[in-house]
Design a protein around this ligand. Sequence first.
Ligand SMILES: [Zn+2]
Length: 388
Amino acid sequence: MFRNATLPDGGTHDIEVEDGRIAALLPATKSGPGIDLGGALVMPPLVDGHIHLDKTLLGLPWIPNQAKGNAVSDRIAAERKVRAARTVSETETGSNLVRQVVASGTLHMRSHVDIDNQLGLKNLHAILEVRERFKDLVTIEIVAFPQSGIARSPGTAELLDRAIAEGADLVGGLDPVGIDGDLDGHLDTIFGIAARRGAGLDIHLHDGGEGGIAQILVIAARTRALGLKGKVAISHAFALGSVPADVAARTADALAEAGVAIMSHGPGAAPMPPLPLLRAHGVEVFGGSDNIRDAWSPFGNGDMLDRAMTIGYRGNFRHDHELQLAYEMVTSAAARVLGLDDYGLRVGGPADFVAVDAQSIAEAVAARPRRKLVVKAGRVVAREGVLA
Ligand SMILES: [Zn+2]
């Protein structure tokens, strides 16, 4: 029994747990057996819709960023050097990150995993091992991500296909025009694999402006044509934040009709998609950490309440309903994109939740309080921000 919990709707309840599931939501009691939450806000587990478990250098001595410029291609080149010099396996650093994110209340995530002709499937195998290691604690969806491009990295198309056969769940993509310079070639490859293997797609798209919008529209059209509604996401989609609102609105309609979701991490230096507009047009928008302490970014900690705050800060969110949108991006919306059917605080649902000292969801996003408790299947897995 977890007593005296404030649920997101403001009601206070005792949460009765049986066999790892919520057996009942009872009127709150001040005393009795079980754990007293003292009126803490209880939320469903946080969901990270975009993480790079294989890239992180978390737990290693500080490695300065080595990118020579600010272009995506500069960062790709810098990362190839860093990973060639690695002495600790991606399994260990990825595990460091999983432990940290679980302690902050994230119990589900989608990790992109680098695949190119230098790495082969090495990083996939490392993260498959991480997934197995932590399978009782977190669910990890894996995207086979062509970090060095496909046309630019000969052999990658075959590797992506093998990655799906060996356990990756989705096919990734990367700036079909900006990196590969071949929109149809890039999309033929990744949509071809997805259709043949019955996999979803999650495509990194940094390309901005009208050129980026054109790529988004082609991705939406291909998604419709292949009947992949609800199985395709575009990560970043900076283009949506760099065009006039009427263009963004028309593009949003195409995305909503096709069932293509948009991931944003609240970018620091690039235009952010207009999230409230997208949502008003029926587009599923969700959040993710993206890079955490790796060759791309020195920042990040995997805390999805911090991420919701960053998204809100970048979006100039001030009202509670806007903070609610940021919260949903790192909980229910991300859960839908990840296809988590068994998710949410409800009688009969999994006894997975996070407790924080806050009076409302809006306050939790603004204050990002330390996680008092993280509970998985009725078991306390972290307390006061530390794994149990
Ligand atoms: Zn990413």
